[in-house]
Design a protein around this ligand. Structure first.
Ligand code: TYC
Length: 99
């Protein structure tokens, strides 16, 4: 491999971005709308207006995008949703999918 090619390869390695994951909240019949809005504000850092719009979108379309994160952060968000839901007695669930 020529020196120029080697530099090109190194450059490519350095700019390689980590995979990103979409985190979704799923609809169900039992979780209160207020609880979902609160989750979107406190865990996903949405404004009240954004949270309300996302919650209604999930209610109508069965799932809604809450954010895109690295693998570790996406996993943490899902665990936080699970813990808060269990504590409040709601079946709300979050899932993740590679972008
Ligand atoms: N469908 C729920 C209700 O009618 C509200 C809801 C919205 C639940 C979004 C979950 O991710 C969800 N109370």
């Amino acid at each position: 491999m020529s020196l120029a090619n080697e530099f090109e390869l190194l450059e490519k390695i350095e700019i390689k971005h980590p995979k990103k994951y979409k985190v979704y909240l799923l609809n169900d019949d039992y979780t209160s709308m207020d609880f979902v809005v609160d989750i979107l504000i406190t865990i996903f850092h949405k404004s009240y207006e954004q949270a309300e719009a996302i919650m209604l979108d999930i209610h109508k379309k069965q799932r809604g995008l809450c954010g895109v994160y690295t693998h570790e952060i996406a996993e943490t968000k899902i665990i936080q949703v699970k813990k808060r839901s269990q504590k409040s007695g709601f079946p709300l669930k979050a899932t993740m999918e590679e972008e």
